[in-house]
Design a protein around this ligand. Structure first.
Ligand SMILES: Cc1cc2nc3c(=O)[nH]c(=O)nc-3n(C[C@H](O)[C@H](O)[C@H](O)COP(=O)(O)O)c2cc1C
Length: 211
């Protein structure tokens, strides 16, 4: 098992989404038994935006020369795609920002959703080139977005499901701690609900590590 852990909060390891993603990792580690999984963590907040060469390459009908591919965002993109290809499981820790993914996660998406690499254009539209693997998304939000109590639209989960599906990642599961701005009691209750959802998920069943 090799887990790619993408972290997207400006609050880093102190963030609620990071905490929730650790619960998912605990389950995956426990499910792996004696074979300790490799965990590759990528801090999406440290990724630079795509650059001019990258934009030109993705708008052209063929890839540029090797020297251009080997520099800047094209090189960064190749490394991020390799990490995605190497993973057996993907865990994304993300806050909701302005009803959708934060800009850090969008930057990672822009680097890995790449024509002639992770997807191809067909008469039916964009078709993914990556083999499917489980993707778990740990979301934290200040208000609710998924329940009857929601007073805001959710452009995060449908967008992420669509864009990951574009590269072939169809098996996407969302967990969320919602209402983090509603005080300590609400936060604790939301954490308990999310932990229970994780524990109940069929592919995450098994003992969590006790640390
Ligand atoms: C720039 C920004 C935009 C935000 N937009 C939303 C939003 O649209 N909906 C929401 O429920 N919370 C929003 N929040 C609140 C965060 O989602 C919330 O604080 C979350 O718990 C942060 O998770 P983290 O600790 O993983 O970063 C926003 C926060 C920031 C910083």
């Amino acid at each position: 098992m090799s887990i790619l852990h993408i972290t997207c909060s400006p609050r880093g390891r102190h963030s609620e989404s990071y905490r929730l993603s650790q619960r998912i990792l605990d389950r995956l580690i426990a499910a792996a038994g004696d074979s300790k999984p490799e965990i590759v963590e990528i801090d999406a907040t440290a990724l630079p935006h795509v650059d001019q060469d990258y934009a030109a390459a993705l708008s052209a009908s063929a890839d540029p020369a090797d020297d251009i591919l080997a520099r800047g965002a094209l090189r960064q993109s190749a490394q991020l795609i390799q990490a995605l290809q190497d993973a057996t499981h993907i865990v994304i820790a993300t806050p909701m920002h302005n009803f959708t993914v934060p800009s850090s996660l969008k930057v990672w998406i822009d680097h890995v959703v790449r024509v002639r690499s992770t997807f191809r254009i067909t008469p039916e539209g964009k078709t993914g080139n990556l083999p499917d693997r489980p993707v778990y998304v740990a979301i934290s939000s200040g208000g609710e977005f998924s329940s009857g109590a929601a007073r805001q639209p959710d452009f995060l989960t449908p967008y992420l499901k669509h864009v990951l599906g574009t590269v072939g990642l169809q098996t996407v599961t969302f967990f969320s701690v919602e209402g983090t701005a509603r005080g300590e009691d609400a936060l604790q209750a939301a954490r308990r609900r999310a932990d229970a959802d994780i524990a109940a998920h069929p592919s995450l069943a098994g003992q969590a590590h006790a640390w």
